[in-house]
Design a protein around this ligand. Sequence first.
Ligand SMILES: Cc1cc2nc3c(=O)[nH]c(=O)nc-3n(C[C@H](O)[C@H](O)[C@H](O)COP(=O)(O)OP(=O)(O)OC[C@H]3O[C@@H](n4cnc5c(N)ncnc54)[C@H](O)[C@@H]3O)c2cc1C
Length: 301
Amino acid sequence: MMVLDCAVIGGGPAGLNAALVLGRSRRKTILFDDNKPRNAVTSESHGFITRDGIDPQEFKRIAQEELSRYPDVSIEKLRVHHIKKENNLFLVETENGEEYYAKKIILATGFKEELPDIPRVKEFYGKSLFSCPFCDGWELRDRPLAVIADDQKAFHMAKVVSNWTNDLIVFTNGNKIHSLEEKELLQSKGISINEKQIATFIGEKGMLEQIQLEDQTTVLREGGFIAAEWKQAASFDSSLEYTLNEQGGIVTDDWQRTNTEGVYACGDTRIAGPSQLIIAAGEGSMAAIAVNAALIEEKFN
Ligand SMILES: Cc1cc2nc3c(=O)[nH]c(=O)nc-3n(C[C@H](O)[C@H](O)[C@H](O)COP(=O)(O)OP(=O)(O)OC[C@H]3O[C@@H](n4cnc5c(N)ncnc54)[C@H](O)[C@@H]3O)c2cc1C
């Protein structure tokens, strides 16, 4: 059986850039991807220089076209179900039972979001409700906006989003903001707080017009930012044994190495800090360079 230099799991910007650097380094690589990225709900990605505003699927198409120039890289449009460490190699098993051995693994599987359970929320998410103001704040600038988050995240998100609009209301969806100090600070900056439960969102084709509350009153809002729970998009055999951080993200060092030798992680799957295409791609590049460095050391030692 052929042994791959590296199996890259996940074909978002992190995995794609990892595969590019590996292909250019003449490393036998397969990129496995089942094409269920987090940003499938949106039609524009912002903040990636030379690609600002690109459709995420177009971004992926261009990336895959670029990878096709490199004969050592191939793409399998399949989900990986299991990865098991067997001595110094990894056994990778896909959903249809195909098996591959690889010397190194790059996990670039991203995360999944769980939105608060509010009627119609999914119709608006990715169109006028977003999670990251650095990604979508510019498009919503100067509009009447909402921050929808509970006590834990509301204060922080409101401070950040206030950079893009002076007309901001925090909706805690039935939760209380416990800190009087935080409440007063927000109010002193003209940010009001609504602690009623949200009944539903009102608008057409994903464009928010009003937020309807439990008492049937409505508040005019044209968009906003909503806090979601983040979970790993994939989990593998416990023989990989990498450590997770408090948010459930895979812990790595600056070279994207996990604490399991031979396993690297990059992009959203680390759930550490801002989540953006360009950051994921940069980490993918770093992971591939680290894989190369390890393979070179193994050759010369
Ligand atoms: C609504 C919304 C808007 C956004 N807007 C922007 C923006 O404007 N600008 C920006 O920079 N960022 C934006 N983002 C964030 C951006 O989408 C992520 O930061 C980025 O996609 C992370 O890249 P990634 O490669 O780590 O993960 P992903 O892009 O999520 O890719 C992971 C891939 O791995 C695959 N996968 C997972 N498990 C397996 C498995 N077991 N086997 C095979 N494949 C697997 C998935 O199907 C997926 O294709 C937005 C996100 C959302 C939700």
